[in-house]
Design a binder for this molecule. Structure first.
Ligand SMILES: Nc1ncnc2c1ncn2[C@@H]1O[C@H](COP(=O)(O)OP(=O)(O)OP(=O)(O)O)[C@@H](O)[C@H]1O
Length: 202
């Protein structure tokens, strides 16, 4: 179980609290939506869950670490995959960053990453394809949870549906919990079994 208990966070001691007493829990294999107005702290909660930020108060608890040494059990996947990748690396090397060995990279799910992309650079595949590489890299770390922060926002409807279909298939097969951050209520209704609302302070 991934549990966040009474999380408080602000980026600066003089700034207002961005996260104010957020609590949530996500079971293995569960898909939970996280929505709220712009600026309500959704992405910040995502970073706290993935261990990229440390809460000022409260705590995040998750089961044992991922099998991969060094990989956090909660992987964060962001909207702009190109910002999370070295543009000078081939897709094969980007996937190997997960800790997967050559054989695992070569046998990655072909629906997610087509074999012919492996020797290309990020700019040599489309944005939707690059997001699938991003998802594959996160999945190769063998995470227990994935925080998907607006992962399909800049994609057309067909590509969006395809990316989510692939992610949810893997999540089901490997019992990975997913936290779907989105402004899109229709998307959340389609992918999540329940949705948590974050609200901005007055
Ligand atoms: N690195 C940062 N340093 C300082 N303030 C930040 C930083 N990142 C975010 N903030 C502030 O924290 C608040 C919450 O931002 P966050 O990105 O978590 O909200 P959000 O709900 O995900 O917004 P959106 O829906 O617009 O993406 C905002 O006021 C934002 O300006």
């Amino acid at each position: 179980m991934l549990t966040a208990e009474d999380l408080w966070y602000r980026y600066d001691r003089r700034s207002p609290w961005v996260v104010r007493g957020t609590s949530l829990s996500v079971a293995p294999g569960e898909v939970v939506g996280l929505r709220g107005p712009s600026g309500s702290g959704k992405s910040t909660v995502g970073r706290l869950l993935a261990g990229l930020l440390t809460p000022d108060r409260g705590e995040v608890r998750v089961g044992p670490r991922a099998d991969r040494s060094g990989a956090h059990p909660v992987q964060l996947v962001l909207q702009h995959p190109e910002r999370a990748m070295n543009p000078h690396w081939r897709i094969r090397d980007i996937l190997a960053e997960s800790g997967a060995d050559r054989t695992e990279v070569d046998s990655v799910d072909g629906n997610l990453v087509r074999p012919e992309w492996l020797d290309r650079f990020p700019h040599e595949i489309s944005g939707g394809e690059l997001q699938r590489v991003n998802l594959a890299r996160a999945l190769l770390t063998r995470p227990r949870y994935i925080v998907a922060d607006e992962i399909s926002t800049s994609l057309d409807a067909v590509t969006q549906a395809r990316s989510w279909h692939l992610l949810l298939n893997h999540a089901r097969t490997d019992t990975i919990g997913v936290i779907a951050i989105s402004h899109d209520n229709d998307l959340l209704a389609a992918v999540a079994t329940r949705t948590i609302d974050l609200h901005t302070a007055s």
